[in-house]
Write a protein that binds this ligand. Structure first.
Ligand code: PMP
Length: 299
């Protein structure tokens, strides 16, 4: 598939309060966000014209910025409205939505107290790419890169800087022939994939690592709510890599991945199974319910 560069497309991007033509949505090369990673972002999905759990994404965006010491100069309601506006302005219904906030170019030093905070929101078509193939599952390489201690980095923030580790891990996994990478944390406990949380089925129960040094994903929490409503026991705990081999099923959960079975982690293989499939189908149905219904069922 030919790559369409992200800076050379038709459409509109919402930038600092107004819609601008896609190719004109620019920032200066001396922006603090670029040099010092003072940037936070979100990844959202629009299904049938509704952005799934938009309020939760906006709340996380604002909190991510707070954890990096800056305040986004728009209210939650304004950010929600801007996300909806940019999707509508681009005539999209099935889409990915990417808000990003960053420190501007007023100061270029480690200290950047006087920088202006910018917010941009872009969106692009995102049809369901998997279709029936989804159940085949993905293969994960085991990463040499680790999720850092929460005193080493603001790990609860969806901060651009943390994705440096993700890109290194994912590139290494791809070079070794895997689709994604499973990262351990600094203690050697199972953490997450580079853009999704991980779940294991042990003895009919759903187990997932406690998110104490990585993102507590919105999809993760949604899947846990679905499972609990179905009376499936959900356990958040420390998971050691040695335990993974006895899992009956493994899957990823994330906005982009939705629910995706894992069929291998390094040398270990897993058969995509019935619990994963039923959660996948239920998640697929849930994301298309009216937002009020989603709010009731997903939290
Ligand atoms: N971990 C990482 C590193 C991610 O990038 C994502 C995607 N935002 C997730 C987990 C899953 O989070 P969510 O379900 O909120 O998309």
């Amino acid at each position: 598939m030919a790559l369409v560069p992200f800076d050379d497309r038709d459409g509109l991007i919402w930038q600092d309060g107004a819609l601008v033509p896609w190719r004109e949505a620019k920032l200066h090369v001396l922006s603090h966000g670029l040099h010092y990673a003072s940037a936070v972002f979100e990844g959202e999905r629009c299904y049938g014209g509704n952005i799934f759990r938009l309020d939760a994404h906006t709340a996380r965006l604002i909190n991510s910025a707070r954890l990096l010491g800056f305040t986004i100069p728009f209210s939650p309601a304004e950010i929600d409205a801007a996300c909806r506006e940019v999707v509508a302005a681009n005539g999209l219904v099935e889409a990915y939505v990417r808000p990003i906030a960053w420190r501007g170019a007023e100061q270029l030093s480690v200290s950047a107290q006087q920088t202006r905070i910018h917010l941009a929101i872009a969106t692009w078509p995102w049809p369901n790419l998997f279709g029936a193939d989804r159940m085949k599952g993905v293969r994960l390489g085991l990463s040499a890169w680790k999720r850092p201690h929460p005193e080493t980095a603001p790990t609860a923030s969806k901060a651009a800087g943390l994705y440096m580790i993700g890109t290194l891990a994912k590139h290494a996994a791809e070079a070794a022939g895997f689709e994604d990478s499973l990262m351990l944390d600094w203690r050697g406990h199972v953490a997450e994939a580079t853009g999704a949380n991980i779940f294991f089925v042990f003895d009919g129960e759903l187990h997932t690592p406690t998110p104490d040094c990585f993102l507590d994903g919105i999809t993760r929490r949604t899947v846990m709510a679905i499972a609990r409503r179905r009376q499936i026991k959900v356990v958040e705990r420390t998971i050691l890599p040695e335990e993974m081999g006895r899992a009956a099923e493994v899957f990823l959960a994330g906005t982009a991945a939705e629910v995706t079975p894992v069929r291998a982690i390094g040398e270990l293989s897993f058969a995509p199974g019935p619990l994963t499939e039923s959660l996948l189908r239920e998640y697929e149905a849930l994301v298309r319910l009216p937002p009020e219904e989603v709010a009731r069922l997903a939290a």
